[in-house]
Design a protein around this ligand. Sequence first.
Ligand code: ADE
Ligand code: ZN
Length: 332
Amino acid sequence: MITKPTVVPRAELHCHIEGAAPPTLVRKMAQRYNVDLGDLFNSAGEYAWHDFTTFLKAYDVAAALFRKQEDYAELAETYFRMLAAEGAIYGEVFISSDHAANAGLSYRAYVEGIAEGIKRANEATGIEGRMIATGVRHYGAKSVENAALTAVNEPHPMVTGFGIAGDEREGHPSNYAKAFKMAKEAGLGLTAHAGEFGGPESVIGALDYFGVSRIGHGVRAVEDPELVKRLVDEGIVLEVCPGSNVSLGVYTNLRFHPVNILRQAGVKITLNSDDPPFFKSTLGHEYAETSRVFGWDRAIQKEITKTAIDAAFCDEATKKKLYEKLEAGTAD
Ligand code: ADE
Ligand code: ZN
């Protein structure tokens, strides 16, 4: 009998919890709070936006519908169960104290809700998860410092990283250096969105001023060979989100996306879904489509998951379990 091989175990380092909200769950929250969704969805029931700015607006509108600890537990449980169903063994989600505050929720309740959702998904599927506190760059330097301070002053064992998201075209990187310094002193892992809508100079700024070990996106580094060399030499890991980049128009087509060029140059890359329902993607889709388009075999997919585990912001005992699962899932 011929048995179909199972998918190579997957791991995700870059997904925004609010950006992971499926439209069905958002509609449920809107009913719960009697909110009119206006033009958040198109006639096909999908998120409606047409560029980065309108995407960020739609994202904020959907996020504001999650108002209670249990709402976030439901969202996290839904997302991590979906990840696990696609063969993921690990996921890190970006969380945002600003979005919690916008919805009238305390940071403590927000984090406890997400932790509860991850725990429920873990009990059901074995998937492991962690959270990365983020500041939103276009909300300003003070707001990003506040996000770092909140994460530092109200620690949680599952909040293991700090990062910056939002519009990287805003503000000089030096404006945000203090936030990263505070997070680093508190022992949090560091990552920053750069090289998505900003060019190589934005990635250089993140490396020089933030001291990050990982870059969210980072793909536009490909435009500067010196920077590509630096990424390789310093072992910087890119959280690449190909579907997101194509959806938001950074590249016209997956065939023209630089993820394979970067990988072949020796840059450490991982695959991620960013804000899956906004981009009609999933982590499984990212692995499957890049593998199809670039001809990646199981060994390359395994290497990508291993890179994610190496770079994960979690403890060594958890990593050991994940490596064992990766080996068990690829013993063919
Ligand atoms: N926040 C949510 N998704 C984002 C993205 N793709 N880039 C920057 N900030 C974001
Ligand atoms: Zn992102």
